[in-house]
Write a protein of this length. Structure first.
Length: 255
């Protein structure tokens, strides 16, 4: 059995309260967001199997990961290596709220709790010429790179290992290539601190870019006996998702 990857959307951030707050640079979690992390920590059923933690380098995702899965010594959550911050997991827009902080600031704020070895100067540049631009083709390419990075980091993991990856609502659809359930009023089908479980379609060698496939147990937990969308249905859902996303961040690219 391949490694199980639990994908998590971050808890509520200040930018989630109103559109005006999207002007806040790299916002932190709200008090409710911190409470959501506590609820996830209490409800998550796989703590003892988790061996690695990964997250987008934005404050809200790092906070979510540490509050939900970090070691305290007072409960059943085990001690893990530091959270590995992966720049490819950042959110899709170039808004201030979706723009990360410099490595020096993150080092000062999170100290040894977060592993920043993947972070380099310019990781938080979202200009149209940067690797992290919000153009649709660049987002698809970044999602592929993120899957490759995760597969490489998990190359020597045991098959029964579980890992956690905390990222963002819109990017999760690019990462999973699953566009089912996106609500019209917001460009994501993921709730704050929602987790879903996935495995790579291929985890060995250096072949084609792997896909992330939601486990049967995870799908059934969310949808019961409802069938999964077909590839053709997913393609139609992708077009709708890109149109919806375009209304928020890049209308010129929403096609």
């Amino acid at each position: 059995m391949p490694v199980t990857i639990h994908l998590v959307r971050h808890a509520q951030g200040l930018h989630n309260l109103c559109r005006e707050n999207e002007a806040i640079h790299d916002p932190r979690l709200t008090q409710l967001g911190e409470q959501q992390c506590e609820a996830l920590r209490a409800q998550f059923p796989h703590h003892k199997q988790v061996t690695r933690l990964f997250a987008s380098p934005l404050r809200r995702t790092l906070q979510t990961c540490l509050l939900s899965f970090g070691y305290r010594g007072t409960d059943e959550v085990p001690q893990h290596p530091p959270v590995v911050a992966i720049p490819e997991l950042q959110e899709v827009a170039d808004l201030p709220c979706d723009t990360g902080s410099d490595a020096a600031i993150l080092k000062q704020e999170f100290s040894s709790l977060v592993d920043l070895h993947c972070i380099y100067d310019g990781w938080n540049s979202t200009s149209e010429w940067a690797s992290w631009s919000s153009k649709v083709q660049d987002l698809h390419a970044r999602a592929k790179k993120a899957r490759l990075v995760l597969r490489e980091m998990l190359e020597f993991a045991d098959e029964d290992d579980h890992v956690v990856v905390v990222t963002h609502g819109a990017f999760l659809h690019f990462l999973t290539e699953d566009y089912y359930g996106v609500e019209l009023a917001r460009a994501t089908g993921w709730e704050n601190t929602e987790f879903r479980s996935f495995q790579f379609s291929a985890v060995e060698g250096c072949g084609p870019v792997p896909s992330l496939i939601e486990t049967d147990a995870s799908w059934k937990r969310r949808h019961g006996s409802s069938p999964r969308p077909t590839p053709k249905e997913q393609e139609k859902l992708r077009e709708v998702f890109l149109w919806q996303l375009g209304q928020f961040i890049f209308p010129e690219e929403s096609h």
